[in-house]
Design a protein around this ligand. Structure first.
Ligand code: SF4
Length: 672
């Protein structure tokens, strides 16, 4: 048990935090959140905690968690969605709280597998005698010996990004406990550190991987834990859905068979008489023929069906196909393994990799063909000549209810965007959280929105579905540009609209000396850093720019949303989920499309004000905000005190200019 007094003493005026950081601004909501988390830990409860930007939620959970871990001597997991937050926790926040609390807890971070150097793959690379290897390998070897954690973060050869994937750990090629480099393996070392640690920072995907091992009654790589904090918890559901889904692609299938053929050819060259190669090539040939027949049948069925969502009954004739394919490859593998010859290490590793990849592929195929009757949506995707068979679960609630919640004492789900209309019901339902065990806390941002921001809604723009929408909003943008400040983020819901808008304003931006940064033309991190350095710039972004972008102060002076961000109805998962809701008597618009759009909307406008000194203008071009009955749901997600003004372009231009007169031009310093 933790005494809440200790938590109060940390956050209260004149408390530990302020003593260490005198400039720190006391925020009541930060203490409220920390106390609620303390109760969740003490009373073994689950908590959904939405904490608006500026509350300082990281400290709010770190303090009780570290006090709890110190007292109970039991590990706590913190799971984030992004690597950035993982690193910030490990390198800055946890050491800071440790120092203030005077604790010496053992904390560690476990990143995704691909972030670690694989010693086996490095050795294999050294066997490839090309000019590149000869030149750079000695230096890479030296680094591999000296690096602390063997992670990409420490990789000093960033000018050769193409090398890392060749030597990074990879699930298909990993020998695990049978690896001869076990002791030197950085991934294994990181996992061993987890077993000794009090606080372990992982990502959502690692959490699911560990959980699945436990479901299969294998040993997880995390220590047994009873307490977990999910930060960026709005991503957890989708991560779980993707994790539990499967993807079987024709290209990967053909490539894997091709690799096995190449391997056999190499083995034949190495030891000509060691195996019955004629027989092995013939098995492989049979396997290819069976696969061709399978794809032919899949294509035949699909082209005769509408819609392209799969019914399990379609595949009755194919049900045994995955087993047969598996048996054939097993036969090849078994023959190679039992051949009385020692093949080179390179060929042994390649065999393991190919077979592991094959097994995963066949598992996906099996899942696709022998689908459970309900609860999954499956569909086909054709990209060029490739055909993918995809299956995703429609929800994760059942999986979590059966395999996760019963063994947990306390779980905290926290993020800046979890609630709809100030309630956590939507999140709780999707995650399968029972009201008996789960509390909810919603805390808005502590910012002074009536001074710091203003919302402008253009009146004369047609609806986004109108053919003139892009032209009109482009014209409007030109008129109102003088009120936007030097750096604006323009958010779209599709590349199509983004590109049309870009064409419309390109000449204007050239003439005005505005630098335009378009999503897709560069890496997000590069766009952000160049945008920050521009004296006048605009970003045109879609999906990934609606969240996770942190541009405080004068780095961002306005956000423009062009369309309310409803999910795309033709997205197979959305379509499948809507059908499921309909069958259960729910309304897919109110129970799926609207809640998802509201969360996205909150994330989008939430880019504008990131700190107490920020000032900014929000413009929403979608008139449905005013004309549709659901428009008020969007307006209700905005802070109560945010001034709202609707009008013609000239009126809004004047309102914007007045706003900056009143608020002070925060970018003046920057322009100097
Ligand atoms: S255990 Fe796996 S990741 Fe580690 S060195 Fe061996 S093969 Fe590579």
């Amino acid at each position: 048990m933790i005494n809440n007094k200790e938590v109060e003493d940390f956050f209260a005026p004149g408390g530990l935090l302020q003593n260490n950081f005198p400039q720190f601004e006391i925020r009541d909501s930060q203490l409220t959140l920390a106390s609620k988390i303390t109760r969740a830990l003490n009373d073994k409860r689950f908590l959904i905690a939405e904490a608006g930007t500026g509350i300082g939620k990281t400290l709010s959970y770190l303090v009780p968690v570290m006090l709890w871990a110190g007292k109970e001597k039991k590990p706590v997991i913190i799971a984030t969605y992004t690597k950035n937050l993982q690193m910030q926790l490990a390198e800055k926040d946890i050491p800071q709280v440790q120092k203030i609390l005077g604790t010496d807890l053992n904390s560690t971070v476990l990143m995704g597998r691909g972030n670690y150097l694989c010693q086996t793959r490095l050795r294999l690379l050294s066997q490839k005698k090309d000019s590149f290897s000869a030149r750079l390998l000695p230096e890479i070897y030296l680094w591999a010996e000296e690096t602390l954690n063997g992670t990409y973060e420490e990789w000093p050869f960033s000018e050769y990004p193409e090398i890392w994937p060749l030597i990074a750990a990879d699930a298909d090629g990993c020998h695990g406990q049978f690896c001869r480099y076990q002791e030197k393996c950085y991934l294994q070392k990181a996992r061993r550190r987890c077993q000794q640690a009090d606080i372990i920072v992982v990502n959502h995907h690692i959490f699911f991987s560990d959980l699945q091992l436990r479901c299969n009654e294998e040993q997880g790589f995390l220590p047994d834990y009873k307490v977990i904090i999910f930060d960026e918890a709005h991503h957890l559901e989708q991560t779980g859905i993707d994790f539990l889904g499967t993807d079987f692609s024709r290209r990967e299938f053909v490539e894997t068979v091709g690799e096995m053929r190449e391997l056999l050819q190499k083995l034949q060259k190495e030891k000509k008489d060691a195996l019955n190669f004629v027989q092995l090539f013939s098995i492989l040939q049979g396997l290819e023929e069976e696969a061709q027949a399978l794809f032919f049948e899949v294509n035949r069925i699909i082209s005769s069906q509408e819609p392209r969502f799969i019914e399990p009954s379609w595949w009755q004739n194919l049900q045994n196909c995955p087993v047969r394919l598996c048996e054939k490859m097993d036969e090849v593998d078994h023959n190679i393994k039992t051949g009385e010859v020692e093949f080179s290490e390179e060929l042994q590793v390649a065999r393991g990799e190919i077979c592991n990849r094959w097994k995963k592929n066949i598992q996906s195929l099996d899942y696709f063909i022998n689908l459970p009757e309900r609860g999954f949506v499956s569909w086909l995707e054709e990209r060029g000549r490739n055909l993918s068979l995809r299956s995703l679960p429609l929800s994760v609630d059942d999986f979590l209810q059966k395999s996760f919640y019963p063994r947990m004492d306390s779980i905290v789900f926290t993020s800046a965007t979890l609630s709809i209309n100030d309630k956590g019901l939507y999140y709780a339902r999707n995650m399968g959280l029972s009201p008996d065990r789960t509390d909810t806390l919603i805390l808005g941002s502590p910012f002074d929105y009536d001074q710091q921001a203003t919302l402008l809604i253009p009146r004369e723009i047609p609806a986004p579905s109108d053919k003139d929408f892009v032209d009109c909003s482009g014209e409007y943008f030109k008129k109102i540009y003088p009120a936007l400040g030097p750096r604006s983020l323009l958010l779209f819901t599709s590349y199509e609209m983004l590109n049309s808008f870009h064409s419309w304003i390109e000449k204007f931006c050239d003439r005005e000396g505005i630098e335009v940064f378009v999503q897709g033309n560069n890496a997000v991190s590069r766009i952000i850093s160049e945008f920050k350095n521009s004296s006048r710039g605009i970003i045109l972004g879609t999906a990934s720019f609606w969240e996770g972008i942190d541009l405080p102060g004068a780095d961002l002076t306005s956000v423009l949303l062009f369309r309310l961000p409803f999910p795309v109805p033709s997205d197979p998962w959305i379509n499948g989920k809507a059908l499921e809701l309909q069958q259960k008597g729910h309304n897919p618009f109110f129970d799926l499309m609207l809640p998802r759009a509201l969360i996205r909307f909150k994330q989008g406008w939430g880019r504008l004000i990131r700190s107490f000194s920020d000032r900014g203008i929000l413009i929403i071009f979608d008139r449905r905000l005013l004309t549709k009955s659901y428009g008020k749901n969007f307006l209700n997600t905005l802070p109560d005190r945010l001034p709202v003004r609707e009008g013609e372009a000239e009126e809004l231009l004047q309102a914007g200019i007045k706003f900056w007169d009143r608020a002070g031009e925060i970018w003046t310093e920057v322009e100097k």
